[in-house]
Design a protein around this ligand. Structure first.
Ligand code: GLU
Length: 451
């Protein structure tokens, strides 16, 4: 380990004991940052990295609500306002029982870099609650969202902090959250993104993360003289990111062969086509059911329960892998299995789905690897476009937004490769993304002085 890496890791550990996910996210950038600091010692003198890993503000609050039985329930809500050097805090809200300060700090930290890559003026933030939406009635979800916003509303604003969705927060939740904000403040402003198309939302926002991921992967393949056509693709997850990644893979001539949810994974070796994808969408979006139901309709497919320690989904032979479920879903053994089966490309639809050991295996084996901060930035990029439309009071149609999304993903691909090349790590998307984003945010922090 370099001296800087040692110093930063020791510093993060000492100041944030037990925040393993946050430590992992910091570790992922520190090697790249040391390359920058060698050329720009002024950023070291100004302690830019040390400042970046200290959130500007962490808000933690009680969320008290009543379930359908009339019982009082208490959850913990948070907003981590990580960095506002290049724009208002921006990042999603996650409702999941695993949510804690470490997870939100890792996500908010990643978001600083991701947002900087989009070329739009957005800082980094993340929030959520340790609330489990699974099995809750619609009325319970509404009461929870209302209770959550009754506190969050005082900390956000269209030029201050603009949340959005993440795991467990989709269009339904965004509607309830926005509705309560509007009622409390008596104003209709773009304080949250992912709104419905007819009430301030942007078209393509639901599709953007999945579409952007596949646009990015196509650029990676193209840069290596390849295309997605005819390639077998493993996809994990079955939520918004996975569904639209599947849709775009099919459109690009690729063959998606899997999806997964928290109970298990499904493999359809014949390929998931548009009709089958519509069925998945029906199960997940309309019925909020389990993907296991797919096998009743398509009995040639296989469904298996997931073993947490080594996920057999990643031991299926394919050309490309798109993890779109959650953090650390690909461990070292899974990466070894992917490599042994000849995987060519892995692009992250989820945030930090690969452990650091897994990334090591992929990079040593020269697999084309793109981290979430560049590959899944399409979601927050279209959120940025939603903010622009809200501020201007205009509506952009599907072609307008899709064109802009394509352009943004192409640009991210270019700037990552260029930064990697400039800093002596050609073709390394992880390093390129970290270097480009760090330089941009560091320059803004330097310009703004010691705030
Ligand atoms: N939660 C998404 C992400 O991880 C989107 C954030 C947003 O649109 O603000 O980037």
């Amino acid at each position: 380990m370099t001296p800087l890496k040692n110093k930063i890791i020791a510093y993060v550990k000492q100041r944030n004991p037990d925040q393993n996910e946050f430590l992992q996210a910091v570790e992922e950038v520190v090697t790249s940052v040391s390359r920058v600091l060698d050329r720009h010692p002024e950023y070291d003198d100004l302690k830019i990295l040390e400042r970046m890993i200290e959130p500007e503000r962490v808000i933690s609050f009680r969320v008290c609500w009543q379930d359908d039985k009339g019982e009082v329930q208490i959850n913990r809500g948070y907003r981590v306002q990580m960095n506002s050097a290049i724009g208002p805090y921006k990042g999603g809200l996650r409702f999941h029982p695993s949510v804690n300060v470490s997870i939100l700090k890792f996500l908010a930290f990643e978001q600083i870099f991701k947002n900087a890559l989009t070329s739009l003026p957005m800082g980094g933030g993340k929030g959520g609650a340790d609330f489990d939406p699974k099995g809750k009635s619609d009325a319970e979800i509404m009461r929870f969202c209302y209770a959550f916003m009754q506190e969050l509303y005082r900390h956000i604003g269209d030029f201050t902090d603009v949340p959005a969705g993440d795991i467990g927060v989709g269009s339904r939740e965004i509607g309830y959250l926005f509705g309560m904000y509007k009622k409390l403040k008596n104003e209709f402003t773009g304080i949250i993104t992912g709104k419905g198309e007819h009430w301030g939302g942007s078209v393509i926002r639901p599709e953007a993360t999945g579409y952007g991921l596949i646009y990015f992967a196509c650029h990676m393949l193209e840069a290596n003289g390849e295309s997605l056509a005819g390639k077998k693709c493993l996809v994990s997850g079955a939520g918004n990111v996975a569904q639209f990644a599947l849709e775009k893979i099919i459109e690009m001539g690729g063959i998606p062969i899997s999806v997964s949810d928290s109970s298990g994974y499904l493999v359809d070796k014949d390929g998931i086509d548009t009709e089958k994808l519509d069925f998945i969408k029906k199960i997940k979006n309309k019925k909020r059911g389990r993907i296991e139901e797919y096998v009743d309709q398509y009995p040639d497919a296989e469904y298996h329960e997931t073993d947490y320690n080594s996920n057999p989904l990643w031991n299926i032979k394919a050309d490309c892998a798109f993890p779109c479920a959650t953090q650390n879903e690909i461990k070292e053994k899974d990466a070894q299995n992917l490599v042994a089966n000849g995987i060519q490309l892995l692009a992250e639809g989820a945030n930090m789905p690969c452990t650091s050991e897994a990334i090591g295996v992929l990079q040593e084996s020269k697999v084309l690897y793109a981290p979430g901060k560049c590959a899944n930035a399409g979601g927050v990029a279209v959120s940025g476009l939603e903010m622009t439309q809200n501020r201007m009071g205009v509506y952009w149609n599907r072609d307008d937004v899709d064109e802009k999304l394509k352009h943004i993903m192409k640009n991210i691909h270019e700037v990552c490769l260029k930064a990697a090349e400039d800093y002596g790590v050609p073709g390394n998307y992880l390093e390129g993304a970290n270097i480009f984003a760090f330089l941009k945010v560091a320059e803004a922090m330097k310009a703004q002085g010691m705030v």
